[in-house]
Design a protein around this ligand. Structure first.
Ligand code: ZN
Length: 273
């Protein structure tokens, strides 16, 4: 019996920890939630907003929380909103459909071409599952609504070493995904910005920031940056190493300033200095 109650307590604590990973909602902040079901996986798309429509951020990996925390800081000071994908604190979507487990990276469901290879990377693919994932991608996009905002501004986090700005150098994994590359060797290799528009690239390069301009013929991996490029929607991904919250906030401010200056018709307010 003692053991049993210990397990229950542990389960309750885990629950608290999972909830606590998201920053506390501050006074005046509004939230709205949309739901997606993928097989047996339930996903919440939670929109946190305060004071202004712009900038509007999006996180699509639930194990990447530094970006959410940085966005909350930004929003508290300047106003704005973030759509946060919540599905259990993991990176991948993993779910059961007709007694078979499927798995994919949530950032591979935004183009029809990318969904099947995205599933096959982790196991099997199935027509029904491909359709379900395609619909999930559409729901996320509709909810974030880049047609209304006029841009897509995503926040990602990565681990120390492995993927970083140098992954786009000649001879490395992502060489073919980059049209242009600028590296500030004073910055951490894991802290960077990826954009789809040459004007955004030039602006950020002038600010001496690690930045990649995605190639027009970058491989279609179903990612949101490929979707944005195909639909001519200016796209910014600010990506830093887990825990680099100050750097994430600095780069979010720069990205917002870039959008405000380069696309004045969007009506984005520049961040406070
Ligand atoms: Zn990510």
């Amino acid at each position: 019996m003692v053991i049993r109650s210990l397990i229950i307590v542990a389960a309750l604590c885990m629950n608290t920890i999972v909830k606590a990973q998201h920053p506390p909602v501050f006074e005046g902040m509004e939230t709205d939630t949309s739901y997606i079901v993928l097989g047996d996986l339930e996903m919440n798309l939670v929109k946190y907003g305060y004071g202004a429509v712009h900038p509007s951020f999006l996180t699509i990996h639930d194990d990447e929380d530094t970006g959410v925390k940085a966005a909350f800081k930004y929003i508290a000071e300047n106003g704005g909103s973030i759509v946060d994908s919540q599905y259990g604190g993991t990176r991948n979507f993993k779910f059961i459909h007709q007694e078979v487990t499927y798995q994919t990276d949530p950032n591979s469901i935004y183009t029809k071409t990318g969904i099947r290879p995205g599933l096959e990377k982790f196991g099997r693919a199935h027509e029904d599952v491909i359709t379900e994932l395609e619909n999930a991608g559409k729901i996320i996009l509709n909810y974030y609504n880049p047609l209304k905002t006029g841009y897509i501004f995503t926040l990602h986090n990565n681990g120390d070493s492995g993927f970083g700005i140098s992954s786009y150098l000649k001879g490395y994994d992502l060489e073919t995904a980059a049209d242009s590359l600028y590296i500030n060797f004073q910055m951490d290799n894991d802290d960077m910005v990826l954009v789809t528009e040459p004007v955004l690239f030039s602006w950020l390069k002038k600010e001496n920031v690690n930045v990649v301009l995605q190639a027009k013929n970058a491989p279609d991996d179903g990612s949101l940056s490929i979707y944005a490029m195909h639909h001519h929607i200016p796209y910014i991904n600010v990506e830093v190493q887990h825990g680099h919250i100050d750097e994430h906030l600095r780069l979010i401010r720069l990205g917002t300033r870039a959008l405000a200056e380069l696309y004045p018709s969007l009506g984005i307010k520049k961040p406070a200095e």
